[in-house]
Design a binder for this molecule. Structure first.
Ligand SMILES: Nc1ncnc2c1ncn2[C@@H]1O[C@H](COP(=O)(O)OP(=O)(O)OP(=O)(O)O)[C@@H](O)[C@H]1O
Ligand SMILES: [Mg+2]
Length: 251
């Protein structure tokens, strides 16, 4: 796997002409975990969805490059082909498309050089489902339809484990999980990173970070990165909350 960073420079994003993200720069490196924390409504999901190419968001400046390629110039499927993956904060339910069919189609679309036979694909899917302690029946159920909140989050991590992306964006993948599921999901993210992917992990909960041991923690408030550090920054946030950063964001 190429050891190229995903470099986000001075990205500015608007929704319906309202500026939401005001110039954010971040680096996501292969084999490393970069965490973003920040209050509700600060623009974290906006950033993640924009990186993946969600049409509701307008990029008004900046870039997100892997090597010389600016992902922001490409349609979402080309971003996926280059190895970008987003685990949604609110995964969509897709009636009429089974989880396994969805995943095989996504796999073959993003690995055009190495499409898998049905048998090979099933083997990879079964292994990943076992790793995540997901019942085998989920494979034939419609994607996320009727899945509980926690099951949907596990299904997002399952996609990540099967698709083997180069860069994963996890948007609150830990929210709504029970204690056992949280450990399993954290292990799935960690393994993906140990296999060489770079991760941008958005979370509200220090508990996830006990399992993940992030390399960098950035704090996003009102559409700006207002602080960055290592894991100990999380303790400072727990003590002081986000109010301490509001002045910085508006300086
Ligand atoms: N499609 C949209 N239409 C209108 N407003 C939007 C849209 N998407 C985001 N916003 C607004 O942009 C701001 C940032 O939202 P965003 O979802 O990025 O926050 P967040 O940091 O992910 O918050 P949370 O921690 O609650 O998930 C919010 O004020 C939100 O209402
Ligand atoms: Mg969000």
């Amino acid at each position: 796997m190429a050891r190229t960073d995903l470099v986000i420079q001075n990205i500015k994003i608007a929704v319906e002409n309202k500026p939401i993200v005001h110039g954010v720069s971040l680096r996501i490196s292969p084999g490393k975990i970069h965490v973003i924390m920040g209050p509700n409504g600060s623009g974290k999901s906006t950033l993640a969805s924009t990186l993946m190419g969600h049409p509701s968001y307008t990029v008004t400046g900046g870039s997100a490059k892997i090597g010389r390629t600016n992902l922001l110039d490409l349609p979402p499927e080309e971003r996926a082909k280059r190895g970008l993956f987003l685990a949604f904060q609110y995964p969509l339910e897709i009636a009429g498309v089974s989880l396994s069919h969805f995943l095989r189609t996504a796999y073959n679309a993003s690995h055009t050089q190495a499409s898998l036979s049905m048998l090979e694909f099933r083997r990879i899917l079964d292994m990943a489902m076992k790793e995540l302690k997901m019942d085998a029946t989920f494979a034939s159920r419609d994607l996320n339809a009727g899945f509980s909140g926690g099951e949907k989050k596990k299904a997002e991590v399952l996609q990540m484990r099967v698709l083997k992306p180069r860069f994963v964006l996890c948007d609150e993948t830990d929210s709504g999980l029970d204690i056992d599921a949280l450990k399993i999901v954290a292990r799935g993210i960690k393994k993906t990173v140990e296999e060489g992917a770079g991760a941008l992990v958005i979370t509200h909960y220090p508990r996830l970070l006990d399992y993940l041991q992030p390399d960098v923690v950035s704090v996003m408030v009102d559409g700006r990165i207002v602080d960055a550090g290592e894991s100990d920054l999380v303790k400072a946030i727990e003590r002081g909350g986000y109010e301490q950063y509001r002045k910085v964001a508006h300086a």
